[in-house]
Design a protein around this ligand. Structure first.
Ligand code: GAL
Length: 368
């Protein structure tokens, strides 16, 4: 991140620190006040969040500990328990599995700790106090709209992929994509090639969670790059050359999009493909510059970090954080703060990611 932006982010947090007063100075506890738990180090997305948290808290008096759950709800619970023994007052947690994380949230609540769900919602418990996230339905709608905008004529082959069913966001992304794609499937612009469940439901504009679950079970990548590759290979093997040619692919995020794009690119019956993504990961931005991935949905992690730290500092100062809406997690309406998303393709990599200070131009090749 360039100096201008890190200075600005620091200033924003310093203002927050000044505004919230320096309870840390009064806080004589040795342990961290704020505990942060992220899903896994194995995905660039979450390493990005760790970096942004560290940048934002650098130079402040607030002591924070960041732990990773490495794709395991058991490790996640252990992480939370170890932070609780160290006396945290606020827990910022992005659950590996939304339902399973209820146990970790309840353990924190029992200790009087405020629980802030980060990016993904913890579901099925009233032990969540706040939620900071991006507009995940808008992510899916942007992905669907991108495919619609690139398509002409009828009977365009469409391949659907989704995130992990254990992640509440995966349903919101798919709901958004379906909102835009379903009318174009029903009118014959697209023909689904890799999911009988989706074909069976293609006349239905609004799907129930259960119906979406059936489709996700068939086309989930579990956010795993290798699973995405294996699924794409089996789907391409299962269909004939007539189902390929110029194809359209709904990929749920950048990591899986790169695997799926590489797999479709290596199939000689695929003459061209349009593929979506999410997260603006560096490797995918290079793919977009090189024309190997078509687009991504940029979610500015800096704003999520600022919002969640802002909430934590307000709580540490005995104030109630400001929120802009709420999400129902199956048990309660969780007060939430939501950030908008930005579509990035070859045409606006520079303005959206370089001029905004998210990345340096020197981190890429071929950038005009
Ligand atoms: C989602 C998150 C996405 C994506 C994915 C994979 O919950 O909102 O940005 O990265 O997890 O970890």
């Amino acid at each position: 991140m360039n100096k201008k932006w890190s200075a600005l982010l620091m200033t924003m947090v310093m203002i927050l620190v000044a505004f919230v007063g320096c309870s840390s100075e009064n806080g004589d506890s040795a342990g961290p006040e704020i505990g942060i738990v992220l899903p896994t180090r194995d995905e660039p997305r979450w390493v990005q969040d760790e970096t942004r948290f560290k940048e934002a808290l650098e130079g402040t008096d607030y002591s924070v500990e960041i732990l990773f759950s490495q794709g395991s709800s058991a490790t996640e619970l252990q992480n939370v328990e170890s932070l609780l023994t160290k006396g945290i007052e606020v827990l910022i947690i992005c659950p590996h599995d939304g339902d399973a994380a209820a146990a970790a949230a309840e353990a924190a609540k029992k200790e009087g700790v405020t629980v802030i769900s980060y990016d993904r919602l913890i579901t099925g418990t009233d032990a969540v106090d706040y939620y900071v996230t991006f507009d995940s339905v808008a992510v899916g709608e942007a992905q669907g709209q991108y495919l619609v905008d690139q398509a002409s004529g009828t009977e365009n082959p469409l391949y659907l992929y989704a995130g992990a069913a254990s992640d509440n966001n995966a349903f919101l992304f798919f709901e958004g994509a379906w909102n835009v794609l379903q009318p174009k499937i029903a009118d014959g612009t697209f023909v689904i090639k890799n999911s009988e469940e989706a074909i069976a439901l293609q006349e239905k504009a609004v799907l129930t969670r259960e119906e979406m679950g059936k489709i996700l079970n068939q086309v989930t990548t579990n956010w795993d790059f290798n699973e995405a590759k294996n699924k794409a290979e089996s789907h391409l093997t299962a269909v004939g050359a007539a189902d390929k040619g110029d194809v359209f692919i709904l990929a749920p995020n950048d990591g899986t999009a790169r695997s799926i794009a590489d797999t479709f690119a290596s199939d000689s019956d695929v003459s061209s493909y349009v593929i979506t993504g999410q997260d603006a990961e560096k490797a995918s931005i290079q793919y977009i510059i090189d024309g190997i991935q078509s687009m991504t949905v940029f979610k500015d992690v800096r704003s999520l970090v600022t919002d969640s730290i802002g909430m934590a500092l307000a709580v540490l100062d005995g104030q109630s954080p400001s929120t802009t809406g709420s999400y129902n997690n199956g048990v309660k309406d969780v007060a939430a703060k939501q950030t908008e998303v930005i579509v990035v393709n070859q045409g606006n990599v520079k303005s959206a990611l370089i001029d905004s200070g998210y990345y340096e131009a020197s981190e890429f090749t071929g950038l005009e």
